[in-house]
Design a protein around this ligand. Structure first.
Ligand code: GTR
Length: 326
């Protein structure tokens, strides 16, 4: 039998360790991403987690749940708003119906180039859009790259807008995307990312649209062999935090999280530039035919889409400020 004083000593020790443990407790922030491990967005958030861990002396870290383990983008946004998920890295697309400001950078041909997008999102317009998330139980932390999105399909080479007529394209669950495809004379099918591969394979859709790294990593190129360089959208990715999780942080820790997110953007861009080249190489080597297309008719066809989404003066002003930036 254990002697009483020994028991007390053991108990005191156990309580002591618990207290010390509590003081140093590591809070692991859960972050969602639809992309697989190794994808630039996943790696950038892991890098941000390393920075936070260093800068909080281990009190906070991030665990990235990649490959849609926590759900598809539309659902993870709701869960992040509800405080079930701490951080969410998603395209701006699924936010279009929630945060109206996000519709503006999502408009087709809004940015002239990836450089233009980076410059705008790093400046006052980007800050204004990040702030806009706060009215929706979220804190906007950073924008990542997503290159340019282009159409691809299982049927034929598309070299003019007329070739798209009547074809069925999967789009992100956003009215901006739906209206864009319909304005091109094709038919839009909004669908979760994870369902696209089998929808292409079974012929439920004829095609979809995305950047090189997504086209490659989601393996859509295995079934859709025709890619058209129309580069219709340069939609930034966004990293948001649940307002509920944010409010649990001290102001000092909030500043650390914000800065780490900003620092991860630099890392993300390096990874992105390398991945774009690599992914394009992989899909071309696998026999994907890349077609050029005259973009002007597509740009002209977007007039009604612009009119619809820029009907409010403040959004029209945001668009004008984006276009005025060099
Ligand atoms: C990718 C983006 C994802 C997801 C996907 C999609 O380019 O990085 O977040 O939105 O597109 O088409 O659903």
């Amino acid at each position: 039998m254990l002697h009483f004083s020994k028991l007390t000593a053991a108990a005191t020790f156990a309580i002591g360790s618990l207290l010390i443990g509590a003081a140093n407790a590591e809070t692991v922030l859960r972050s969602s991403d639809t992309h697989p491990d190794g994808y630039p967005t996943v790696e950038a958030v892991k890098y941000m987690g390393d920075l936070i861990k260093q800068r909080t002396a281990g009190r906070y870290s991030i665990e990235v749940y990649h490959s849609a383990q926590l759900g598809e983008e539309k659902d993870t946004i709701e869960q992040t708003q509800a405080g079930v998920i701490d951080l969410d890295r998603v395209s701006m697309g699924p936010f279009n119906g929630i945060v109206p400001e996000t519709a503006v950078p999502s408009l087709p041909y809004m940015f002239r180039s990836v450089e233009h997008m980076r410059h705008v999102m790093d400046g006052a317009v980007g800050d204004q859009i990040l702030k806009a998330f706060e009215a929706h139980d979220l804190v906007g932390l950073a924008f990542y790259d997503s290159g340019a999105r282009s159409f691809y399909n299982t049927k034929k080479d598309i070299t003019s807008m007329a070739d798209m007529k009547g074809m069925k394209f999967r789009v992100i669950q956003s009215d901006v995307f739906v209206d864009m495809v319909n304005a091109l004379g094709a038919n839009a099918t909004p669908m979760a990312y994870g369902e696209v591969y089998s929808a292409l394979q079974t012929g439920v859709i004829d095609g979809a649209e995305n950047n090189w790294p997504s086209f490659e990593s989601a393996k859509h190129y295995e079934v859709a062999k025709h890619y058209t360089m129309d580069e219709h959208q340069i939609v930034p990715e966004v990293l948001v935090m649940s307002k509920a999780s944010w409010d649990k942080l001290s102001p000092e820790d909030q500043a650390i999280v914000r800065q780490a997110a900003k620092d991860s953007v630099v890392k993300m861009r390096e990874l992105w530039d390398a991945q774009e080249k690599k992914s394009r190489g992989i899909v071309e080597a696998a026999g994907v035919k890349v077609s050029e297309i005259d973009k002007q008719p597509l740009i002209d066809a977007m007039k009604p889409v612009y009119d619809k989404y820029l009907s409010k003066p403040e959004l029209k002003d945001l668009a004008a400020r984006i276009q005025a930036e060099k």
